[in-house]
Ligand binder design. Structure first.
Ligand SMILES: Cc1cc2nc3c(=O)[nH]c(=O)nc-3n(C[C@H](O)[C@H](O)[C@H](O)COP(=O)(O)OP(=O)(O)OC[C@H]3O[C@@H](n4cnc5c(N)ncnc54)[C@H](O)[C@@H]3O)c2cc1C
Length: 329
C-alpha cells in the first residue's frame, strides 16, 4: 500500500507552496485519471494537493474573450450557455468524451494534463520510455491501433487522449499558468510536447506550475463548428481520430478563414496549420479540402495496426469541411 497525505489548498499560493514541498507531490483535480494511475501503481505521489475548488468560474470579458477556471467541471463547461451559443465546438468535444459520470467530476485542468491511454504505459510489465526514460517502447512492435501517426519517435508513439484539448487547440485557447516565478500564459497548442527522445517530459510546464484558467478569444465564425470523433464504439471510447473544425466561406464560395485540429493522431492535440494555410483564399471544394488534408498528412507514418488512420483522418477532414461549407453565418 502506498501511503500519501492529502491537502486541500486554500488558495493558489498555498497550492504552489505545498507542491514545492516534495518532488513527488501532485495536484489533484477530479482524480479520474490520477487516482486510476495510483491504483495501477504507475504514479506514486506522497502528497496530493486538491486544487479542484480554487477557480471554478466561467466569465466573458467585454471583448468576448472567455475565461474558464481550471477547476470548472467538464459537465458545467459543456452545459454553459455562453459556451453552447458562442463556442459550440468546445461543448461538442467535451460531450464526445468519457461518460456523464466522469465528466461530472473531471476538471478542465485535469483534462488538459491527463496522461496517455497507451496500454503499455499502463502495464508495469511492459517497457515504456514514458514511465522509465531509456527503458524502450513495447508499443512500437505491439498492438498499436490507437497510436500516433504524426510527430512520433522511436522512443514513443503514444497519443494525447483528450477530446476537449482538440477543440481548445482549434479555438486558439491560451492556458494561464501560476508558479513560483509568477504568472505566465501559453498557447494551448504549445503546452504539450512531441515525444522526441524524452517522452516522459510531456508538457512545457515548469516545475510546480499550476494551470489556473484557460482563455478563448471570440471567433466571428465560431458557430460554424463540427467536432467529429471516429471510434471503435459509439460511446465511452477514446478517439481513433477526431477532427475539430470551424469554417468561414464567403458568398463567392472562397474560404475566408478556417481552423482545424486533429485528435488521436499525435502526442499532442495537432493543430493543422499546413492545411489552414493551404485553404485560406481557395475555393471551398472537396478537391481543395482533400489536397489540403494530403499536405497536412504528408509526413504521417503508420505502424502495423494503425496505417488505416492516415486515410481515415483525411476522409474525416474532407467530410467535416464539406458539412461546414453549407452552413450559413
Ligand atoms: C473510462 C474512462 C473513459 C474516458 N474517456 C475519455 C474520452 O473519451 N475522451 C477524453 O477526452 N477523456 C476521457 N477520459 C479521461 C477523462 O477526461 C480524464 O480522466 C479527466 O478529464 C481528467 O480530469 P481530472 O480533473 O479528473 O484530472 P486528475 O485525474 O485529477 O488529474 C490529471 C492530471 O492533471 C494534473 N492536474 C490536475 N489539475 C491540475 C491543474 N489545475 N494544474 C496542473 N496540473 C493539474 C494532475 O496532477 C494529474 O497529473 C476517460 C476516463 C476514463 C476513466
Amino acid at each position: 500500500m502506498n501511503i500519501f497525505s492529502f491537502h486541500q489548498a486554500s488558495d493558489v499560493a498555498s497550492a504552489i507552496a505545498l507542491k514545492h514541498s516534495s518532488p513527488s507531490t501532485r495536484y489533484l483535480g477530479g482524480g479520474t485519471n490520477l487516482v486510476d494511475l495510483m491504483r495501477e501503481t504507475i504514479e506514486h505521489p506522497d502528497t496530493l494537493v486538491d486544487v479542484s475548488h480554487l477557480s471554478s468560474t466561467i466569465e466573458q470579458g467585454p471583448d468576448g474573450r472567455l475565461s474558464i477556471g481550471a477547476g470548472v467541471k467538464n459537465t458545467a463547461l459543456a452545459a454553459n450557455d455562453i459556451v453552447r451559443a458562442q463556442f459550440p465546438l468546445l461543448s461538442r468535444a467535451i460531450l464526445a468524451g468519457a461518460s456523464a459520470q466522469i465528466r461530472n467530476v473531471a476538471t478542465v485542468g485535469g483534462n488538459i494534463l491527463q496522461r496517455t491511454r497507451c496500454r503499455y504505459f499502463y502495464d508495469n510489465a511492459a517497457r515504456c520510455n514514458k514511465r522509465e526514460s531509456g527503458a524502450g517502447c513495447d508499443a512500437l512492435e505491439g498492438f498499436n491501433r490507437y497510436h500516433a501517426i504524426l510527430g512520433a519517435s522511436q522512443s514513443c508513439v503514444a497519443t494525447h487522449p483528450s477530446d476537449m484539448c482538440v477543440a481548445l487547440a482549434a479555438l486558439d485557447a491560451e492556458v494561464v499558468l501560476d508558479g513560483p516565478e509568477g504568472q505566465r500564459r501559453m498557447a494551448l497548442r504549445d503546452l504539450h510536447r512531441l515525444p522526441g527522445d524524452r517522452p516522459d517530459i510531456e508538457t512545457e510546464l515548469k516545475p510546480n506550475e499550476l494551470i489556473t484558467s484557460v482563455e478563448i478569444p471570440s471567433h466571428s465564425f465560431g458557430q460554424r463548428a463540427v467536432y467529429r470523433k471516429v471510434r471503435d464504439r459509439a460511446s465511452y471510447a477514446f478517439a481513433l481520430v477526431s477532427v475539430a473544425a470551424m469554417l468561414d466561406v464567403d458568398e463567392a464560395g472562397t474560404v475566408r478563414d478556417v481552423r482545424v485540429a486533429l485528435g488521436g493522431v499525435a502526442h499532442k492535440p495537432w493543430r493543422a496549420l499546413t492545411l489552414e494555410g493551404r485553404l485560406k483564399g481557395e475555393k471551398a471544394t472537396a478537391e481543395n479540402f482533400r489536397a489540403a488534408a494530403e499536405a497536412e498528412l504528408a509526413d504521417a507514418v503508420g505502424l502495423r495496426d494503425n496505417m488505416f488512420k492516415i486515410e481515415l483522418v483525411k476522409r474525416t477532414i474532407v467530410a467535416v469541411l464539406e458539412e461546414l461549407k453549407g452552413e450559413k453565418a
